[in-house]
Design a protein. Sequence first.
Length: 368
Amino acid sequence: MPDLNGKIRYAVVGGGSISQGAFMPGIGQTENSVMTTLVTGDPIKADKLAKRYDLKSYSYSQYPELLASGEIDAVYVATPNFLHREFVVPALEAGIHVLLEKPMAAKEDDCEAMLAAAQRSNAKFMIAYRLHSEPGTLEMIERVHSGDFGRPRLFTSTFTQTVKPANHRMQNGFAAGPVLDMGPYPLNMVRQLFGDEPIEVSAVGTTAPGSKLGTPDTVSVCLRFSEERMAQFTISYTLPTSERFQLIGTEGEIEASPCFGYGEGVSITYRATIGDQTHEHSHPVVDQFAGETAYFSDCILNNLAPEPSGEEGFRDVRVLLAVERALATGQTQKLDPLPNKPVPKSDQKRHFELAKVPDYIDTESPTE
């Protein structure tokens, strides 16, 4: 049950940089959500973050106790992606709603276990695709599907950053590498813009000199869609920060940058060209984590199915794991066709002022 003010009570599972630098400040901007609990294995975070936000702390070993406590309605799970299943399945089985950071998982059987738990549960399950509530992103999706640019034919994207060698993303191979960590952004974007699923996947990867990642740190992916449409994107852990995409349709195009990031100064911006006319569209900076949380809480309070569901997360993971196979074999991977699913709609837009981010406690930004 919500608290006395009608707010959904959240526990944060994992106190790393994404929680401290985005979710924990952002939830305070909402009117329908409140953070009450922290689950962490770090005693410094358990003490100092709990004091900062007036939270009750649980260790990871006490997680079953928390789920049975009646103190929370939902969990926000932001552990490393290869640990998602062990926190999501018990929560859903306990009737606790789950907001799960992307990617959904690092293995298909983990995705399937979470989907099965969600089907058995009355609880809501949403993958934290924050851009599905971001106004500028939804405007681009709506314009493409309204036919402003004709039939979309080609998508290209670059998304790169320099990850610190000590960060766990650089120490756990493919499971935490750029394909699963950064790949969901361009992949999910083209799936929404095309309103379709890829049918073939090929990929090539390179490794920077001295890299100890154990998997390619820069990867270029090519996706083939039905009706001879194509998407290409490159992601990297070892290049300077860059983010952009271009969508070309039969009657116009979009060039967007920034398009995947969040935080101070990140205003989702795109240039739309139709015929010989080009116009730039820049949207105000919003707190994307407040937006996704408020949307999920609205779904809980109004008993609505969240749009970026577990199925949405699985559809990305199955493509990203096909990228892994393509890198390993050098062969194009064919994907089974799937029925189209609804794309995000305008009623998912949420506008919240960006929260001030306090200093990190016993963690740091993963990027240089």
